[in-house]
Structure formats: C-alpha cells, structure tokens
Design a protein around this ligand. Structure first.
Ligand SMILES: [Zn+2]
Length: 414
C-alpha cells in the first residue's frame, strides 16, 4: 500500500511534540559562529540519525566544524535531491537584552525562542525529518535523496558547504531545497551577492591645531564614503523573467523585508559598516580603516564594481584597499519545477501562495546555483535574526516541515 501525501502530513501531525522537543533541544546546543564550534549541534543531528538507523558520513576538514552527509536511493533510478541546512548560528551580543534565554529553547505563547531558532535550526530540522520520513518509504521513490547538514555558514567560511562544493560535488545532486528564513509568504529563487572591501587611509598626521601640516585620514574616509555611495547608481542589466517576477512581487517584498526593500532589490547598495580612525581629538588622524559592505544585484559582479572603486581611490593618494569577500549574485530560473511544488504544497497546507523573490542576504544555496543547479529557499520569517528575541511560531515551524516533506516527495515521485 503506497503512502500518500495525506499520510505524510499525518505523520508530521503525530510527531508534533517530537519535532517541537527536537528543535528546542537543538537550540540548546550552542553553536555561535564565530567561533563556529558545532560539535554539540552535530551530535544532536547524529543522535536522531542513529536512532532512525540511518547511515551517514562525517566530513570535517576542520574538526570542530563537522558536516554530516547521508544519502539513500529509491527503488528506481531518477533525479537526486539535496536537502541542505546549516547548524552554526549568529552569536549573541548581550543575553540580558533578550526576554528569554537565547540558548534556552523556551516555548512561550506558541513560539520557540532562541538564537538559531529561525536561522536556521527550524529549516535544518525540516530537512532532517524530511529525510528520515522519506527513508521509510524509499521503495516508493525514484532517484536519490541526500541530507547535507553543514557548519561554517554564518561567516561564509571555507569549512562547510564551500568545502563540499569543491571536494564532494556529488552530494549536491540535481536540485537543492533549503529552509533558510524566507518568511512563509515568499520563497527565494536567487540572492544578491556580497562584495566586502577594506580600505586603509594613511597620512602624515599632525597636532590638531596644525591642520595645515597634514590631510586628515578620517576626513578623507568621509569623502570616500560619499563617493562610494554613487555606486548605487550603476545601471543594472535587464534579466527578463527575473525582472517580471520581482516587479510583480514588490508589495510582498516590502511586506517581508520592510518598506523600501523592493526599491533596492535590483540595485547596488553600499554600507560603510565599520570605520575606525584617529587616536585623539586634538590630533589630525594619520590612519583610518574602514570596511564597506557592497551588495550586488543579479546581473552584476565585481568586474562591474571594482574598476569604479579604483577610479574613486585614484583621487586620494595614500589610500589602498583589498577585497575581503566577493560572492557573485546567483539565481535559479523562476520557472523551475521545485518552485511549483513548494507553492502548491504551501497553498494546500495553509492557503498561502509564496511569491518567488530574490533574497537580499546570501545563503549556501548560492553554491548550488553557481553549479547551474536549481536551489530554492523556503523557511520561517527571520524574526529577531541576528538581533534579539529570535523565535519561530510553532505553527510556522510545523508548516515548514510539512512543506519540505511534501515538496521533496513530489520531486522524487514525478
Ligand atoms: Zn542562515
């Protein structure tokens, strides 16, 4: 007797308490990055896989940042789906500003609180349980399913999915489903790309009353910041169906990311996130360092940006810069089939039709897209992500688990 999608949904309902407990315990396994030690969180994943009798491999090029990979085959050959999630989380700046213990996994008023609840232990739990449920009915499936649980995502580090992309490309399969925060009313088929630059400005420096003796490094920095803001006017090429998907979703985008988001999703943005210069109020600053976070929209890459930066700093002798991070923006064609599965299932489960949009931030899904493989992100809203009182409502968590399970089932039965 074949298991139906209704049966799968019923399994999740029956396991509601198990799932809630699993996510709460997952949050209690502290895994802030930096420093990025995920041994405890990885053990939590391993315990579940062991209990379900599922084989897995630990791939740990950095021994405190293990990645866990597991695969099984259906009864007949077919396509290969990868379920990907990370287990490291943002650090907590000041726990006293939270209303709940950030590492406590508290369940209050139907919401599960804690650092990593939304980003992305909710989504990774969806991946793990989807994998375990579908393993039970593997005889009914076509193709192959892989679980790709990784470390070292929050800092774009080299030991997680980036390591696997290079050294274990076979686990990437033909398509990726990822539960990073998207908000359940949107799904993400692409993302902007970060380009981070570090500037160093040096002058001779002088006594603060002798401004005729030396230019000020901090004053030069402020001019460079003003010049860099002009990068936001770079014309972005028209990308056809990506453009139409974005423009038709502009209201949803503003609703999801805050008013004004739709206006920057197809633009370069420039954020001088870190500026530090001078040592004393009555001295002309001899040195200033700054780090600038530029986000490139789809259709542009660093070759479109860096020559303009070179032109800007050519005006200022004594200024140098280097690239500290450059990740190209990437996207999956908005007509890819996984988008249809996620939309149909979300609609059937909760009456919500998630709008396909581009993400402002970057995720590991880009690594699939760099290989030309479709990668879709669908997860809870980023409530308190990187901030305080991060949480996920239980109903949203259960919805995400069901939606991942049913969409993976659709992909492996078509
Ligand atoms: Zn994340």
């Amino acid at each position: 007797m074949n298991v139906t999608k209704q049966d799968l949904e019923a399994w999740v309902e029956a396991d509601r308490d198990v799932l809630i407990q699993y996510l709460r315990d997952f949050i209690r396994c502290r895994s802030p990055n930096p420093p990025g030690d995920t041994l405890e969180a990885a053990q939590h994943v391993r315990t579940l896989l062991d209990a379900q009798g599922l084989d897995y491999e630990i791939i740990a090029p950095n021994e405190v940042m293990p990645n866990i990979v597991s695969s099984f085959d259906g009864s007949v050959a077919g396509r290969h789906l990868a379920l990907n999630g990370h287990i490291d989380v943002f650090p907590v700046e000041d726990a006293s500003t939270w209303s709940q213990d950030p590492w406590g996994g508290a369940l209050v008023g139907g919401k599960i609180y804690g650092r990593g609840s939304a980003d992305m232990k909710c989504g990774t739990t969806a991946s793990i349980f989807t994998y375990a449920y579908l393993h039970r009915i593997r005889e009914q499936l076509k193709g192959r399913l892989s679980l790709v649980v990784v470390s070292d995502e929050e800092t774009f580090g080299p030991w997680g999915a980036r390591y696997l992309a290079e050294h274990r490309p076979e686990v990437f399969g033909d398509c990726c489903l990822n539960g990073e925060p998207s908000g359940i009313s949107t799904l993400r088929f692409g993302e902007k790309g970060p380009l981070w630059l570090e500037f160093r400005i040096r002058t001779a420096g002088a006594h603060g009353a002798y401004t005729h003796m030396s230019p000020s490094a901090t004053a030069i920095a402020s001019k460079i910041i003003a010049d860099l803001a002009k990068l936001e006017n770079i014309v972005v090429p028209d990308l056809g169906n990506l453009e139409s998907a974005i423009s038709s979703a502009s209201e949803v985008i503003d609703g999801e990311y805050g008013a004004g988001a739709a206006a920057i999703i197809r633009k370069v943005t420039v954020n001088p996130g870190l500026v530090s210069g001078g040592i004393k109020v009555n001295m002309v600053a001899a040195e200033c360092r700054m780090q600038v976070d530029i986000r490139m929209p789809n259709g542009l890459n660093e070759k479109d940006i860096l020559p303009r930066v070179d032109e800007i700093i050519a005006e200022y002798p004594g200024v140098t810069y280097r690239v500290i991070l450059s990740e190209e923006p990437a996207w999956t064609p908005p007509d890819t089939e996984m988008i249809d599965y996620v939309r149909q299932n979300a609609k059937q489960l909760s009456g919500i039709d998630p709008a396909p949009i581009i993400s402002l931030g970057a995720t590991d899904a880009r690594l699939w897209r760099y290989k030309g493989l479709p990668a879709i992100v669908y997860g809870p809203a980023p409530r308190g992500m990187g901030s305080i009182d991060e949480h996920v409502p239980v109903e949203e968590f259960i919805h995400v688990v069901k939606c991942h399970l049913l969409s993976a089932f659709d992909y492996l039965t078509k």
